[in-house]
Design a protein around this ligand. Structure first.
Ligand SMILES: CC(C)(COP(=O)(O)OP(=O)(O)OC[C@H]1O[C@@H](n2cnc3c(N)ncnc32)[C@H](O)[C@@H]1OP(=O)(O)O)[C@@H](O)C(=O)NCCC(=O)NCCS
Length: 173
């Protein structure tokens, strides 16, 4: 296993075959977030098995409003492992690498990701917990409470909030 950190914009092509394997058209049709417009990751972790990219996770930083207070947070999204390689530790390796990047960012208060209930346990085991408050986000032509997927948080320099209002001040991820 080899773990690499890359620029988000430059590395989309590397993970395109992986994304196509995880989300073929018939799977995409069933996914609750299929019509959501997401922010693009600034950095990307790519985990290789030999030279084959088998898992990935994206990272971005955003100053959100936590109960009205500007707060720098680290966002994690686009987490996926090739189906044939799932449950063998690659996703965990990708997530641990995102933790390192977020933890080294000065003044980053906490981490935030969004997921579906079938993945809660995967993230719980990595130290993430459910955020029980409200998320406000933007979509093209729309601004409001974002409830498509569930938010999970992880402490960095501050204890992660359990409730309250997080205004993403932009697109979700
Ligand atoms: C979620 C996902 C990224 C996990 O990747 P993975 O490479 O299979 O994860 P790992 O093998 O590193 O799993 C780490 C641990 O979590 C467990 N785990 C993984 N997925 C789990 C799940 N859905 N529920 C419960 N436990 C899970 C593993 O068994 C492993 O346990 P262990 O530490 O006791 O060995 C992968 O299943 C995936 O790509 N799913 C489809 C896309 C998706 O849903 N992405 C997440 C969007 S938020």
């Amino acid at each position: 296993m080899r773990v690499e950190e890359k620029e988000g914009a430059d590395s989309g092509a590397i993970i395109a075959p992986l994304a196509a394997a995880v989300y073929p058209p018939d799977v995409i049709e069933t996914i609750v977030w299929k019509n959501v417009t997401f922010a693009q990751p600034a950095r990307r972790i790519i985990v290789y098995d030999d030279d084959d990219p088998v898992s990935t996770a994206g990272i971005l930083f955003r100053t959100v409003l936590l109960n009205g207070v500007p707060t720098l947070i680290g966002g994690v999204g686009s987490v996926m492992t090739r189906p044939s390689a799932q449950r063998t530790g690659f996703g965990r390796a990708a997530m641990l690498a995102t933790h390192e990047i977020i933890d080294r960012e000065p003044h980053c208060s906490f981490g935030l990701l969004f997921c579906e209930p079938n993945n809660f346990e995967f993230y719980r085991r990595l130290g993430w917990s459910l955020f029980d408050g409200a998320i406000l986000a933007e979509q093209p032509g729309w601004n409001g409470e974002y409830t498509v997927t569930q938010p999970m948080v992880r402490q960095v320099t501050h204890p992660a909030p359990i409730e309250g209002i997080i205004d993403l001040q932009g697109l979700p991820w």
